[in-house]
Every structure is written in structure tokens, then in C-alpha cells.
Design a binder for this molecule. Sequence first.
Ligand code: BEZ
Length: 218
Amino acid sequence: MDTTIQEKVNAGFPRLNEPAPAFEAETTHGTLRLADFQGSWLILFSHPADFTPVCTTEFIAFAELAPEFKKRGVELCGLSIDSTFSHIAWARNIEEHFGVKIPFPIIADLNKEVATLYGMVMPGESKTETSRCVFVIDHKGILRAMIYYPLTTGRNMQEILRLIDALQASDKHGIATPADWKPGEKVIVPPPKTTEEAEERMKAGYETPDWYFSKKSL
Ligand code: BEZ
């Protein structure tokens, strides 16, 4: 039996480190499924509506950073509760007026199916528009990070890129990253879990002001 939208809602909103909700959707690049992105990381992001100014600045910023995301193995996919015709017209308008081509697909979520699955509509803000949500999904389809911004505030794309760098550095090196970390800066060595490890940590050669806090260069 097919899963209904209501069953998907009842299953709850997406949670970190669990499989991202599967979807199949109409997009400006044809029908796409979450599974089509398997093997790449994916930034699935929603915007409130086509032909709105803040969203236009965000699309330009995402398009300009698309090559940087690509270098990191990350695909982009937008979404709003608008039709493919609207998305196509808006992307053409952005290219005509701002000289920026939108290289990534945009989901036309007219029935709010994907928005509902991911909890992108915040009725306190708008019942008819998706908020500015960002879902970072890794190459295995696991949801790794979520960011929610309100309608009135455009997102910081450099921060989204920094988040990808931090997640990929954590995966590769088994470390964590401190506040405001950028590639090239020292990282956090996970704290010891036993008394014995805590004693050893003090002699491990890291920058260790105290047993629970160690930094090292990659
Ligand atoms: C905008 O993108 O400009 C916008 C969209 C919805 C509400 C407020 C601003």
C-alpha cells in the first residue's frame, strides 16, 4: 500500500543522523527522486516563493557558489510551492536581469508533499509558503544538518559552504570543529571517555589546556 502524505506527517519530522525522507518530485530538470542523488551530498533548500526579492538574492548567491559546492561533491536542489512554469520563468528572469544562470533543479511542490515530509512549512510564518530551510544530506542519504531561517532573512551561503567543509572534515578525520572554524584552522580532538584516556590525553602532544579540551592541526 502506498504511504499517504498523512502517514508521512505522522512519522514525524526529519531527524539528524537518520535517513532523509525519500521523495519523488517534478523539477525544472524533470522528475527527480532523492535516490537520484545517492553518491553525492545534497543541499535540499526551500524558499518562500518565486519572483520575490530576498529569494532572488539567495538564488544568485547559490548559483555563484555552485562550483564550490561541486568541488566538494555537493549537488543543490531548490524547492517552493510554485509550478515548474513559474520556476522556469523566474530562472530565465534572473538570467536576463542579473546575468546569472541557475544551474540546479528546483522542485515544483504544488501539493506540498516534499514540504510536508521535511516540515518546511511553518504555519506561524505562512501557511502557503515554505520557510527558508536547508537540509544537508550526505552521499549515503543520511540527514546531517538542518538550518531554518525566517521569511525576512536571506541565508548566508558562505556559512552553508563552511558547514559542508566542517562535516566532511569530521567524517574524514574523526574530529569536531570549534566555533567559527574554517578549513586550515585547528580542530577539536574528541574528549577522552575514561579516566585512563584522560590521563593519557595530557601526554598526547595536542594543545591541551585541560584534559577535556584538545586541539590539533590537520
Ligand atoms: C522575499 O524573498 O523577498 C520574501 C519572500 C517572502 C516574504 C518576505 C520576503
